[in-house]
Design a protein around this ligand. Structure first.
Ligand code: LR7
Ligand code: MN
Length: 571
């Protein structure tokens, strides 16, 4: 009896184990999805889990949880066959793999071992705001030519850039991908990549730098819209439609995506903040900065464009005839740097605009050093390029560039005659207009004003808060002078820090007071008239009569002692 029971238990256990195996085998069998569902475009970022279950994501990224946005593996392989044509991806990647013992950061300033390990396709997280998925774009958007210039780029990053474009763009929007091989050591990369459908590669006969290379690429483009990318990017879901839409609506717009970060160490794809725009300091150093608080407060819709004073430079979409009309790039700039300021100033000042589109996301491997050489040296090249931008576009404000970067003075920058002619021909606005209308947040350095006291007899002109002024006993000496007696004579303004001397009305007898300075305020404009100070618009002069009343303006009689103001420098 006991034996029979033991046997029954053994049989049941075996049956249970077999059953479990059968169930697992069934679940692992490739799912057959209908061809129609396979070719269905993903509706604006929605995820197609239902069609094929989850992909194994552990290989792709070890640090961020990824939500798979790609088609299942079987479809992917099919798609891969179609995209790659006669190109032998495996051989291409294997030939240049890192040798054991080699420093993986040496040649590219990022971890090559990690990039190679990822392969040419991987899933990345859709980093857009969720509301982007429901934005609609025109069904008949025009196609674009993608332009990618490279100098000794790693094979795996360059191929991933190309394949991400082919995988994540509607095929009808990609006219072609134009690669410009900027005289890389190995000419084979260019030849091999040309075997990929839609990809053309032009090789420079000598090192030109990214600026002239892009101009060459743009010249070869056959689509009416140009899209520039760096050679180590990965474009994200629906990256292209928002940009082409904005340029189609207004061809003078030059648009950029939000640039996500691909880690140079482990190649994790990290979402960048959506509250940033491009800015710079007076040394023409690019920086990301928070959008101004008023703009941030008034942004009710996170899918709307963000106006930006400058673009980072590597990833943008621009109408081709607008690019040509505005003078392409300054082709006397070499290798790398400065061209993003030159283009940004030119676009704004000559009638266009720059924006960042939060519903477009492109990842980029940010590096800490240049992995390539600069024939003229890195510093000299940056100075030459930014000096050209400053000399052509910054008018009198270029003095602040030179004070922020004194080493630029006296360095060669070639002739800028052609670019000045271009600026005149295009009838572009002034840099002052740009600062006032596009980048009012850029602080203009205090002009080096010298302080003086304004003496009348033994007394000094003194302010009392903002309300009134008087003639008072001169106090202190040198640095010990009270602020209220120190004046900066910056024609037409008479300043004390941020406050300026102003009349209260345009009639004789009106008193004067201090108020926040404004170059546009006619009540604040003064000029010397002999020893007197004349208000420019009313023609009346600052007068200390009667001695115990508040200071006022009166008919000019410069011979009067009560109208004589003798400036004396404070040293
Ligand atoms: O001699 C060269 N020839 C080239 O073809 C030197 C470089 N290049 C290629 C290079 O392979 C790459 O594809 O030009 C591209 C840009 O060079 P990077 O990647 O070394 O530049 P970067 O990413 O450090 O620099 C940013 O600023 C540059 C200023 O000249 C360019 O505008 C880059 O395109 C730009 N990159 C971006 O805007 C991506 C976001 C980074 C930021 C901020
Ligand atoms: Mn780059």
């Amino acid at each position: 009896m006991r034996r029979i029971r033991a046997n029954a238990i053994a049989i049941l256990t075996v049956a249970w184990i077999l059953g479990t195996f059968y169930y697992l085998w069934q679940d692992n069998k490739p799912h057959t999805s209908s061809p129609s569902s396979a070719s269905q475009p993903r509706a604006g970022g929605s995820r197609s889990h239902a069609a094929g279950g989850r992909l194994d994501i552990h290989r792709d990224d070890r640090t961020i949880p990824l939500i798979v946005t790609q088609s299942p593996r079987a479809e992917q392989q099919q798609q891969q066959g179609r995209l790659i044509g006669s190109f032998d991806e495996k051989a291409y990647l294997l030939e240049k793999q890192l040798k054991t013992g080699d420093d993986p950061y040496r040649d590219h300033a990022f971890n090559l071992a990690e990039s190679d390990r990822l392969g040419s396709e991987r899933a990345i997280r859709d980093t857009r705001h969720y509301r982007c998925a429901s934005v609609n774009y025109d069904a008949n958007l025009p196609p674009t030519s993608i332009i990618i210039t490279f100098h000794n780029e790693a094979r795996s990053t360059l191929l991933r850039t190309i394949k991400s474009v082919l995988m994540r763009s509607p095929p009808s929007l990609i006219q072609e991908i134009i690669l410009i091989d900027d005289f890389s050591t190995d000419p084979e990369d260019c030849q091999l990549l040309s075997q990929i459908p839609k990809v053309h590669c032009l090789r420079n006969g000598r090192r030109e730098g990214l600026i002239r290379s892009r101009v060459r690429g743009a010249g070869a483009a056959s689509a009416s819209i140009l899209t520039f990318l760096d050679s180590h990017c990965e474009v994200n879901t629906d990256w292209l439609q928002p940009m082409i839409q904005r340029v189609k609506e207004d061809h003078t717009r030059v648009v950029s995506p939000i640039i996500d970060v691909i880690s140079l160490d482990n190649f994790a794809y990290l979402a960048a903040s959506a509250d940033l725009r491009g800015g710079f300091d007076w040394s023409l150093h690019f920086k990301w900065e928070q959008i101004p608080i008023e703009q941030k407060m008034s942004r009710s819709d996170p899918t709307l464009p963000i106006r930006t004073p400058v673009i980072a430079g590597g990833i943008f979409v621009m109408d081709k005839s607008w690019f040509n009309h505005l003078g392409q790039y300054d082709t006397h700039m070499d290798i790398w740097g400065g061209e993003n300021f030159e283009l940004s100033f030119r676009v704004w000042m000559c009638g266009g605009s720059l924006e960042i589109l939060p519903c477009s996301r492109v990842g980029h491997v940010f590096r800490k050093r240049h992995p390539y050489d600069f024939p003229e040296g890195n510093a000299l090249t940056y100075i030459k390029n930014t000096r050209r931008a400053a000399e052509v576009w910054m008018d009198e404000y270029k003095q602040y560039y030179y004070s922020a970067r004194p080493s630029a003075q006296g360095k060669a920058f070639g002739s800028i005659a052609d670019r000045l002619t271009l600026r005149r021909k295009l009838n572009c606005k002034s840099f002052r207009w740009y600062l006032e209308n596009v980048y009012p947040e850029l602080r203009i350095p205090e002009q080096d004003a010298l302080s003086s006291v304004l003496r009348q007899g033994g007394l000094c002109l003194e302010s009392h808060g903002s309300d009134s002024l008087s003639l008072s006993e001169c106090r202190g000496a040198g640095a010990m002078r009270p602020q209220s007696q120190k004046w900066e004579l910056m024609e037409p303004l008479l300043r004390q820090q941020d406050l300026c001397l102003a009349i209260t009305a345009f009639t004789a007898g009106s008193k004067v007071r201090m108020e926040p300075c404004s170059m546009k305020e006619p009540r604040q404009k003064w000029k010397p008239k002999g020893p007197a100070l004349q208000h420019m618009v009313s023609g009346l002069c600052l007068d200390s009569q009667p001695p115990d009343g508040p200071l006022a303006i009166a008919q000019c009689r410069p011979q009067l002692a009560s109208q004589a103001w003798e400036p004396q420098l404070i040293t």
